[in-house]
Structures are given as C-alpha cells and as structure tokens.
Design a protein around this ligand. Structure first.
Ligand SMILES: Cc1cc2nc3c(=O)[nH]c(=O)nc-3n(C[C@H](O)[C@H](O)[C@H](O)COP(=O)(O)OP(=O)(O)OC[C@H]3O[C@@H](n4cnc5c(N)ncnc54)[C@H](O)[C@@H]3O)c2cc1C
Length: 286
C-alpha cells in the first residue's frame, strides 16, 4: 500500500498557533492497515500530528513525512462502561458522547481541543484528572510498524507519557469511573466550561498552557509574580487573562519560540525556577 504523499505541504493551517513551515511530505492515512503497511515500507523520519493544539511548528518545517490520522481513527464506540476510541477522535467528542451515555470521569476533557492521540502523548488532563486515570489499554506502533498493546500505566505522570515521540498511538480503551445521570455529568462539564471561560483567553491563537507546572507551584502564578501577565513583544504575548497562555497576534514561529525562551529566562532569574515547555516545538529552525 502506498499513501498519497503531498510534497511541500503547509503545516501552519493545521496548528492552533497558526505558524510553521512545510512538511517535506504530508499524508492523511485513513486506517490502521494502511498505516502499518506504510510504516513497514518506509525509511523516512515520521511525525504525527493530531489537532495541532499543543505544538509550535518551527518556520523551517518538518523533515520526512508528517501524518494525520483519518476517518477510521476518529471512531468512538461505547460498550457498557468502556469507550473504545481511535487516536484521531476528539477529546471533546469523547466527553460529549460519554455524557449522553451516563459515563462519568470524562468531564475534564471538555475544553481540551485535541485528539486522543495527542492527549496520550502528553497524558492530557485538567481539573485534577488526566487520561491515564481512565486508560485500560492503549494501542501503539513504533515508527517501523511494530505494534503493541500497553496496559500498564503506572509510570505515566503529570503531562508525561513514556511513549511520547517513540511512535504512534493508534487508539485506546478507556473505562468510566462510574455510571451517573447525564444531567449530573453535563452540570460538571458546564462548571468546567465556565471556569475556563472565566480564566483563559477565548477565540485567540494559543496552544493552551505554555509551561508545565513545576514542583514549586503553578507556572501561571510564577509568571504573574515575575510581572509577565500581559507581557508583549511584537506580536507575541503572554495573555492578560492567564499568564501561562501564549497568544499569537501574527508572530512567526521563531519569534514565538524566542519570546517564550525569554519569558522562561526571566522566571529563572526572578524566581529561581526553570520552567519546562509543555507545548511541543517540532521541526527545523529556519
Ligand atoms: C485553548 C486550549 C486549551 C487547552 N487546555 C488543555 C488542558 O486543559 N489540558 C491539557 O492537557 N492540554 C490542554 N491543551 C493542549 C492540547 O489541547 C492537548 O495537549 C491535546 O491533548 C493535544 O492534542 P492534539 O491532537 O492537538 O496534539 P498535537 O498538538 O497535534 O500534537 C501534540 C504532540 O502529540 C504528538 N501526537 C499527536 N498525535 C499523536 C499520535 N496519534 N501518536 C503519537 N503522538 C501523537 C505530536 O507529534 C506532538 O508531539 C489546550 C490547548 C488549547 C489550544
């Protein structure tokens, strides 16, 4: 099986920050069989993109092949208290479907605009919950097409998955915490929605939290304490509403990355804390 590979494909339209150069080659792959067969026959470096809500793709673009997971990977099935979802399924859609079926535990996914695959790469979470709390099995392949089923999540942690950058998540089985009424679940989701609307910038180009929270406390608080809430340089800004949200008003990827690194240095200097990027910087500098 050969995929239709598109050369020099503009990646900026696939990212929330709206920046990034071109993929040498790009393909959307519609099912697992085609993906595995492609990986087994390819020698190229592979990068996979989900919804592009946690990446800063550099201006020099990405070497090799960039893959997006297509139709078959977007399926979500509910059986009893379990959800079987493809890695291309949107987390918000999983939250909505499980709410309708009376499955509790998925409410935190409301408001996370990524896919299950992207979420598994960072063990996405919010409001004290994260994906690994719910995982029963995860289907994974390395970049050469060797598949495995992961069922031990004891070494997953806060925004950490041991499999990130080592291959491609294909999908997973998630188990509900309990059954509850759809009204109860929807009420919690609404509460989370309101909390986000009150504390995070809306309708802007951002990639969510820029830095992980360090052991010293909240990254947003440390940024604020360093006088960086609303700090702006050119077209890059740390949001006036939430200091840990980078907002792009029209900067290039290089300008955004340099800006975030400068902010990081200021926090290190003023608070003695080295913040770690949560946003994934991918690709080549120009
Ligand atoms: C407004 C806003 C709010 C946000 N709120 C939260 C939040 O509350 N909590 C939170 O955790 N995150 C949050 N995020 C960040 C982001 O939505 C999550 O990290 C999300 O899970 C990323 O998924 P994605 O599909 O967009 O991944 P992408 O951004 O496309 O990719 C992220 C990384 O995952 C890798 N990846 C993508 N798909 C796969 C796959 N199938 N297999 C292997 N690797 C893969 C990519 O190569 C890349 O390294 C927020 C972002 C925004 C813009």
């Amino acid at each position: 099986m050969t995929l239709t590979l598109i050369p020099d494909y503009d990646l900026s339209k696939h990212t929330w920050l709206g920046v990034g150069g071109k993929a040498d080659l790009f393909a959307e792959v519609d099912n697992e069989e085609n993906l595995i067969s492609f990986l087994k026959n390819s020698q190229c470096p592979i990068t996979v993109l989900g919804a592009g809500s946690n990446v800063l793709i550099r201006d020099g673009g990405i070497s090799g092949v960039v893959l997006k997971l297509g139709a078959d990977f977007q399926k979500i099935e509910i059986t009893g208290d379990k959800v079987i979802a493809g890695a291309g399924a949107k987390l918000m859609e999983i939250a909505q479907k499980t709410a309708k079926s009376g499955l509790a535990g998925f409410e935190f996914m409301e408001g996370i605009p990524g896919t299950l695959g992207g979420g598994l790469a960072s063990n996405a979470g919010a409001f004290g919950s994260c994906l690994s709390d719910l995982l029963q099995e995860v289907f994974f392949t390395d970049f050469r097409g060797n598949t495995k089923t992961i069922s031990d999540f004891s070494d997953w942690g806060y925004r950490y998955s041991p499999y990130a950058h080592k291959g491609i998540f294909l999908g997973g089985v998630l188990q509900a915490k309990r059954f509850a009424s759809s009204d109860e679940i929807s009420a919690l989701m609404q509460k989370y929605h309101e909390k986000r609307a009150a504390s995070q910038p809306q309708g802007v180009r951002t990639a969510g939290s820029t830095f992980k929270n360090p052991k010293e406390g909240s990254a947003g608080f440390l940024l604020e304490k360093s006088g960086l809430k609303g700090y702006k340089k050119g077209n890059a800004e740390m949001s006036t509403k939430h200091a840990n949200f980078l907002v792009n008003h029209g900067a290039t990827a290089t300008e955004l990355e340099d800006f975030v690194n400068e902010v990081r240095s200021i926090v290190a200097e003023k608070q003695g804390v080295k913040l770690e990027w949560e946003v994934q910087c991918l690709g080549r500098k120009r």
